[in-house]
Design a protein around this ligand. Structure first.
Ligand SMILES: [Zn+2]
Length: 244
C-alpha cells in the first residue's frame, strides 16, 4: 500500500470535510487488492437464489446511498460465523451463518445497509490508515532482518477488528436512512439485534462473531430506535448510558 500525500474530500455520508491518505481512487485499489485474498481464504457460496437475494438488496441500497462514485459488490462466504464485513471501495461480504439467522429481507437489508454505511462513511479506510500507522511503528521497532507482516495481511486483520462505537452508530444511522429510501423497514434492524443478543449469550466470544466486529448491541438498538422514530425512549436512554 502506498502512502502518498493527503487528499481532502467532502463526505456526503458523514457531512464532513475529511483529510484522507487514500482518496477514492486509492480506496478502490485497496479493495481490489484485498478482495481476492478474502476470496482465497473463504469458499464463496454458489447458490444462485441466495446470491440473487443479496444482490437485489445491495442494488436497492446502493441506488439510494451517499456514494455513487463506487461500484458495489456482494458475496456470500460459505462459513458459519454470524457476521458481515466490508472492504473499502464497495465490497460487502455476508457469511452463510448470518443468512441462516435473518428472518426476512428487511433484516438482511439492515445488515447490508449497515455495511454500506461503513463504506460510504469510509470507516474501513480510516481503520486501515490506523493499521498502516501501527505497521509503520511495528516496522520501526523491529531490528534489521526481522520478519514483518505484509500490508495486506494487516489489512485483512483490520477488516475483522472492531469498529469504534462512534463508527457503529454512524453506520446504523446511515443504514436507517438508506433502508427508508430503498423501501425496507428499518425497524427490522432492531429485531435482528435482539436475535444477535440471544446468540451472543449462547456462545462464547469468537474472533469472527458479529458482536466482536460490531459491538455495542444494546446501545445500537437505542440509536436505531431514535433514528427511526425521531425520539429517544427512556428505556433506550438507559441503554445508551450503561455499558454492556
Ligand atoms: Zn459495523
Amino acid at each position: 500500500m502506498l502512502l502518498q500525500g493527503c487528499t481532502t474530500e467532502y463526505n456526503l455520508a458523514t457531512r464532513r470535510e475529511e483529510s484522507l491518505f487514500y482518496g477514492t481512487e486509492k480506496e478502490v485499489k485497496i479493495g481490489e487488492a484485498i478482495a481476492p485474498k478474502i476470496e482465497e481464504e473463504y469458499a464463496i457460496l454458489s447458490d444462485i437464489d441466495v446470491n440473487e437475494r443479496v444482490e437485489t438488496i445491495l442494488a436497492r441500497i446502493a441506488a439510494v446511498c451517499d456514494r455513487k462514485d463506487l461500484v458495489y459488490f456482494i458475496k456470500v462466504l460459505d462459513d458459519d460465523p454470524i457476521n458481515a464485513v466490508s472492504l473499502p471501495g464497495g465490497y460487502v461480504y455476508v457469511f452463510r451463518g448470518l443468512i441462516e439467522k435473518v428472518g426476512s429481507d428487511d433484516e438482511l437489508a439492515g445488515v447490508i445497509a449497515h455495511e454500506v454505511g461503513h463504506i460510504t462513511a469510509r470507516h474501513g479506510v480510516k481503520r486501515m490508515q490506523a493499521a498502516y500507522a501501527a505497521m509503520v511503528l511495528q516496522v520501526a521497532s523491529i531490528p534489521a532482518g526481522g520478519r514483518v507482516a505484509s500490508g495486506v495481511n494487516l489489512a485483512i486483520n483490520s477488516m475483522f477488528m472492531e469498529y469504534s462505537q462512534e463508527d457503529e452508530f454512524e453506520a446504523d444511522r446511515l443504514a436507517v436512512k438508506y433502508l427508508k429510501k430503498a423501501g425496507y423497514d428499518p425497524r427490522a434492524m432492531v429485531t435482528f439485534f435482539e436475535k444477535l443478543k440471544v446468540e451472543k449469550d449462547k456462545e462464547p466470544l469468537r474472533q469472527y462473531s458479529y458482536w466482536r466486529t460490531h459491538p455495542y448491541l444494546s446501545q445500537r438498538i437505542a440509536v436505531v430506535n431514535q433514528e427511526v422514530s425521531g425520539k429517544l425512549e427512556f428505556r433506550d436512554y438507559l441503554n445508551l448510558t450503561v455499558n454492556n
